[in-house]
Design a binder for this molecule. Structure first.
Ligand code: PLP
Length: 466
């Protein structure tokens, strides 16, 4: 295949994509494939000789779409969304065509400078002070890992990177039990050890108990441990919990600890000023992560980390061997020094396209609709016989149960996803198996959302009374 063939096949792929998106509503949302089914249809060995693109494309059409869970389906209400707005897809095509490796300013000046401007635009869009800079990572997991490594090194006065962790005091990091497992993963990778992630109990509204946080830090100091940082939760994955960000950061600041706010999902909603009360005080954070690849429309992968001061993170992660020096240029930013991998994709382009193609007004309107429709779906489900709301909507996420029973709720979830018209997933809340529903898909309509109570009513019609 050469570049002339590529042009021809790109047109074919674009036509295929238009048809795919136009008919998505007719497909089951969740893949109906059985484990191993796709692999069994592939040859055991790679081809020795080139194969015609016609055949390769035909196999793609035969094998892939039906064995795919359709994240862009307007009735995807599972997990959190991974939205890919058409303008983002176009930007990704162009970034793929250039295929730059944006590790240094010199290797991709446009990618580098558009990234800096997009961070500034997004800080403004979310109502953050102009002093925040930042960078784009692949995922929130990476951004959080970078923040944890920075907490560790800052507390150790940068001895850990050189001397290792053995012989150092126990580093302690604090978060609530509502935080995402990416925090546990970051703690493990950073060599801090799971038992040194102190999970602070939550208050009745599921925010971290800041008095308990303060007490835990004091107890650790007395025990000779080294408190290093606090991770606050702004929109937890399970039920959407928010810590009291101002109070949490205040406790951390009083002890001189580094702070990171995980707003991977809910951060996008902050483009609408009326939701900002949920993370009031966030401007006092050292680091904040949010994923435009969840709710904003810039497709996976795209996680933005804002930094009040990049210096501690760059001191933790930055290395500049001779072969990565940019000769004759002193005042440049090389974003690889702000993150884990050296190599970087041109992720800023899709943000640039999305923000311009829809405008903040267009993006806000979508998020406001999602929150409104989630509330309406919640009200309708609450009225259905046998259903109980377990947690009320936080932004566009709520949870519910069927017949007050784990078994009945799990069995219903299986029926829902085998039916295929909608897709929901589960979590465990206060020991109970519950179904999560979030509204956030870029193209969903009110009708799509209200199909959830309709499907629930239909699937449970005729069940014996509780
Ligand atoms: N934090 C929260 C609150 C999340 O909901 C998620 C994923 O859903 C993550 C972090 C991890 O995100 P990523 O997949 O970008 O690593």
């Amino acid at each position: 295949m050469n570049h002339d063939d590529l042009a021809k096949w790109s047109k074919r792929a674009a036509d295929w994509a238009r048809e795919y998106h136009a008919t998505l509503r007719n497909r089951p949302v969740r893949a109906q494939a059985a484990p191993g089914e796709v692999a069994a249809k592939l040859p055991e060995a790679p081809p020795e000789r080139p194969e015609p693109m016609e055949e390769i494309f035909a196999d793609f059409e035969r094998l892939v779409p039906d064995a795919t869970t359709h994240w862009q389906h307007p009735r995807f209400f599972a997990y959190f969304p991974a939205n890919a707005a058409p303008a983002s897809m176009l930007a990704e095509q162009l970034a793929n065509a250039i295929a730059a490796q944006a590790m240094l300013w010199e290797t991709a000046p446009a990618a580098n400078e558009i990234e800096a401007v997009m961070i500034r635009w997004l800080a403004q869009a979310l109502g953050l002070p102009a002093r925040f800079t930042g960078t784009i990572h692949d995922s929130a997991t990476t951004a959080t890992l970078c923040a944890i490594l920075t907490m560790r090194e800052r507390a150790l006065e940068w001895r850990g990177n050189n001397e290792g962790l053995s012989g150092q005091p126990k580093i302690r990091i604090y978060a609530s039990a509502q935080t995402h497992s990416s925090i546990d993963k970051g703690i493990r990778i950073a060599g801090i050890g799971q038992e040194n992630l102190v999970k602070i109990p939550t208050l009745p509204g599921f925010a971290m108990d800041t008095q308990a946080l303060d007490a835990a830090i004091r107890a650790d100091l007395e025990a000779g441990h080294l408190p290093a940082g606090v991770i606050a939760c702004a929109g937890g994955t399970s039920i959407g919990a928010f810590d009291d960000i101002a109070a949490t950061l205040d406790v951390a600041r009083r002890h001189g600890l580094y702070t990171h706010v995980d707003a991977a999902w809910a951060g996008s909603a902050m483009i609408a000023p009326e939701f900002r009360r949920l993370w009031e005080g966030v401007d006092g954070a050292d680091s904040i992560v949010f994923n435009p690849h969840k709710w904003l429309g810039a497709q996976f992968d795209c996680a933005v980390q804002f930094l009040a001061d990049p210096a501690p993170q760059v001191q933790t992660l930055g290395l500049r061997p001779d072969y990565l020096e940019t000769l004759g240029a002193g005042e440049i930013t090389n974003y690889n020094e702000w993150t884990v991998p050296l190599g970087r994709r041109f992720r800023a382009l899709k943000l640039w396209f999305v923000l311009r193609a829809y405008g903040l007004e267009g993006l806000r309107a979508r998020i406001r609709n999602h929150v409104q429709w989630a509330g309406e779906a919640h009200d309708a489900i609450a009225r259905l016989p046998g259903f109980t709301i377990t947690t009320p909507p936080i932004l566009s996420l709520f949870t519910f149960r069927y017949r007050e029973s784990d078994e009945a709720t799990e069995a219903l979830l299986k029926r829902i996803n085998d039916d295929g018209r909608i897709y929901l997933t589960q979590t465990r809340h206060q020991g109970m198996f519950v179904i999560r529903m979030q509204v956030g898909q870029f193209d969903c309509t009110r009708e799509d959302v209200m199909m959830v109570p309709e499907v629930l009513a239909e699937l449970t019609e005729g069940d014996p009374p509780c």
